[in-house]
Design a protein around this ligand. Structure first.
Ligand code: ZN
Length: 309
């Protein structure tokens, strides 16, 4: 190799290094992420509970970050939930389902996409579940169904309200009907909870779609959503293709579905814990102002509308 070739080769290497596209992994491991004004330091975003100070975008967060905000840092008990047999249908597409599960577990540190914990808000013990979007899009399959049922069972046995922080694209296709059957299983479990008069509160986060919207995320006594969350069954492109009409602005976002009565209220992340605490106090009739028998219903209604306003 003569000196001219060496210089050309070195130049090419530098060019490749500059133009090399950052992989998803590079972005995930870097100190930076991006929002409306370009790059933003993750630690600055974290100080603001992962909400952009400029555009108020509520960035997606992991279940442990969510529980740290709701219950206080590490101030909750994490449960190990049953894990059914992996890959019951021996599914394979461009990659085997077993390999996909392996990478999702490595990426999130979770055994399945749903985390179950018990913590306290306003001195009220709460059982809660939250999903991790980094675990195969927080889709629901047998393991997540088991986690949800474990949480409900714990809530019933310990007489606590149940809080579901919903997220996910729907039922996981790699487990086909086994995934779809989780819609029925979670619905029946919620009925058991309600039969014990225990509150079921749903906090919908971005994105909540498909079979998740069509089952457990829409069966709450109260439905709260974070600002700007996508809440849908079918995707907007599919709907537009079917109805052949231009869809309204903000279609399927929290603000739009609140107007159409799909959800009860939109709450900013920094106020979620306080608002959920107030709602649970009302639902459990722990608020002394609503405990008199004769005006219980009227007062409940008034208190709920005050919270919603
Ligand atoms: Zn922003």
């Amino acid at each position: 190799m003569n000196w001219i070739t060496k210089i050309i080769k070195a130049g090419e290497k530098i060019k490749t290094a500059i133009h090399k596209r950052a992989s998803k992994e590079d972005i995930a491991n870097s100190d930076w992420t991006s929002c409306c004004k370009g790059p933003i330091l993750k630690k600055d975003l974290e100080k603001n509970l992962w909400v952009c100070p400029d555009c108020n975008k509520h960035h997606r967060i992991k279940p442990n970050q969510r529980f740290d905000i709701l219950f206080g840092k590490n101030n909750y008990e994490i449960f190990r939930t049953p894990i059914p047999k992996d890959d019951p249908l021996e599914w394979s597409d461009s990659k085997s389902y077993k390999d996909r599960l392996k990478s999702a577990r490595k990426k999130t540190g979770l055994n399945c996409g749903m985390m179950v914990v018990a913590g306290s808000i306003n001195n009220i013990k709460v059982t809660a579940v939250a999903s991790d979007f980094d675990f195969l899009g927080a889709s629901m399959a047998a393991a997540e169904g088991e986690a949800f049922l474990y949480g409900i069972q714990y809530a019933i046995e310990n007489n606590t309200p149940f809080l579901c922080i919903s997220a996910g694209g729907g039922m996981r296709m790699m487990e086909s009907l086994i995934s779809l059957s989780q819609m029925t299983r979670t619905t029946l479990a919620i009925n058991d909870l309600k039969a014990k008069n225990l509150p079921y509160v749903v906090c919908i986060t971005d994105p909540t779609a498909g079979g998740i919207t069509a089952s457990y995320a829409m069966l709450g006594d109260i439905h709260i959503a974070e600002p700007g969350a996508l809440i849908a069954f079918a995707g907007a492109r599919v709907i537009q293709g079917t109805v052949k009409e231009e869809l309204p602005e903000g279609f399927q976002k929290s603000e739009y579905v609140e107007k159409t009565g799909f959800i009860d209220l939109i709450v900013e992340r920094k106020k979620l814990s306080e608002k959920i605490g107030t709602l649970l106090s009302i639902l459990l009739k722990k608020n002394s102002a609503i405990s008199t028998d004769e005006n219980e219903i009227t007062q409940d209604t008034q208190s709920l509308s005050k919270v919603a306003s």
